[in-house]
Design a protein around this ligand. Structure first.
Ligand code: TA6
Length: 270
């Protein structure tokens, strides 16, 4: 067990548990997917009971990482959303500043240019979950997408904070629409991307929990719920979760830069 000044990090096979104060997170090395985030003992993330945890498929639920392409890409014919969520990552000990880091390196035969992606995780002083992704490339001409495909447990979710931004629906190939100026009340079956979001996103569920989701600087935000059962999501679970996904996916990024988000449980609502 590694002990930093305030948090503990325990490795048990492919699962790494990080605890601090009232928070506990579990990260599966397959995809460096966060498979649990508990605040005061209460789970905040959805992981499907049908999720594969044996590396045969991207883990359905938690917080998978989309990189270096969002959606289908001719670069990765059998890997929608890139290879990061389908690869085994390395735990690189606890870093400074209470950070725990995971790394994924790839060769140019897999994706050009070669490089590595670093995930840094931290439980902040207000019990918030802080995630940063830093790509490093061997050459300057890299083009990539990056996104945290987070599945939040949120029955009857109401989503606020996105209403003043332009958006596009996947069914309309993300063609830009005017802001709705209305919070999202029903997310079941929605597959939508909000562009250049500058605001915090508030996710409220019917149990009175409010999550505050914030990226450092502007980002795209995808809101998705499958609306119907999937091979690894049972029909009775469709109303249990919504994906709210921060990242850079509407355009390819050309500058390697760190992308950070923080997720916080609003204490007053509990
Ligand atoms: O992020 C939204 C999305 O791209 C949806 O269009 C939907 O297909 C989803 O991700 C899930 O993709 P997956 O490859 O995990 O089945």
């Amino acid at each position: 067990m590694l002990i930093t000044s305030k948090s503990s990090v325990q490795e048990d096979g492919d699962v790494v548990t990080i605890k601090k104060s009232e928070s506990e997170i579990k990260v599966h090395k397959y995809g460096a997917t966060i498979i649990s985030w508990k605040h005061k003992g209460r789970e905040m993330l959805y992981v499907s009971p049908l999720a594969k945890l044996d590396g045969s498929k991207a883990i359905r639920g938690g917080i998978p990482i989309v990189f270096p392409r969002f959606g289908p890409s001719p670069l990765f014919p059998n890997q929608q959303h890139g290879f990061a969520r389908n690869s085994k990552w390395r735990l690189c000990a606890a870093g400074g500043d209470e950070c725990v880091q995971f790394k994924l390196a790839w060769k140019k035969e897999q994706f050009e240019p070669a490089g590595e992606l670093v995930l840094s995780l931290k439980i902040g002083d207000n019990d918030e979950l802080i995630l940063s992704l830093t790509p490093k490339f061997d050459k300057e001409d890299a083009e990539y997408h990056v996104l945290l495909h987070s599945y939040f447990l949120a029955a009857d979710a109401r989503v606020e904070g996105l209403e003043s931004f332009y958006y596009g629906n996947k069914q309309e190939e993300y063609q830009k629409q005017l802001p709705t100026n209305q919070p999202l009340q029903n997310v079941v079956g929605l597959d939508r991307m909000y562009f250049d979001v500058e605001s915090k996103v508030f996710l409220k569920n019917s149990q009175g929990v409010e999550l505050v989701l914030e990226s450092e600087g502007v980002s795209d935000v995808v809101v998705w719920n499958p609306g119907k059962e999937m091979a690894d999501v049972p029909a009775q679970d469709i109303h249990k979760f919504v994906c709210i996904e921060h990242g850079f996916v509407s355009k390819l990024q050309t500058e390697p830069r760190t992308f950070s988000v923080s997720y916080k449980v609003n204490q007053r609502m509990i």
